[in-house]
Ligand binder design. Structure first.
Ligand code: MN
Length: 132
């Protein structure tokens, strides 16, 4: 199976490093980006299999970035999972209405993080197959 590429957009250095480490250990190609502005161009060019998008970012926030990815034909097909530090009531709904494929809360649970990501990716694949 082809190695999957995951882009993580996260401004918190410790969270970013932890997420990268955990995914790399499991064989993923991982690229960390610290701002949404930077991420948009890169995601269009790189065509990753998944984007993990922190909501609270300096400058453009993650939900706005997700909306832009979903309204661009170059990136509309790339699944975006938003990650929120606050268990804010509205975040999940906002994520769904922005066209995101999933939602996760921080802090990252070291023991279950990769498992959660893999479950999400399977669900996304299943949805794609059934909509074909
Ligand atoms: Mn943040």
């Amino acid at each position: 199976m082809k190695t999957k590429t995951i882009v993580i957009v996260e401004d918190n250095e410790l969270n970013l490093e932890l997420a990268i480490d955990l995914l790399e250990i499991h064989g993923y190609n991982v690229l960390g980006i610290r701002s949404a502005e930077e991420a948009l161009h890169l995601i269009a060019r790189l065509q990753p299999d998944l984007v993990l998008m922190d909501i609270a970012l300096p400058g453009m926030d993650g939900l706005e970035a997700a909306k832009r990815l979903k309204s661009d034909e170059k990136t509309v097909h790339i699944p975006v999972v938003v990650v929120s530090a606050h268990a804010m009531q509205g975040d999940r709904e906002s994520a769904v209405s922005a066209g995101c494929a999933g939602y996760m809360t921080k802090p990252i649970q070291t023991r279950t993080f990769v498992q959660s990501i893999e479950k999400l990716m399977e669900e996304i694949d299943d949805l794609r197959m059934s909509s074909r």
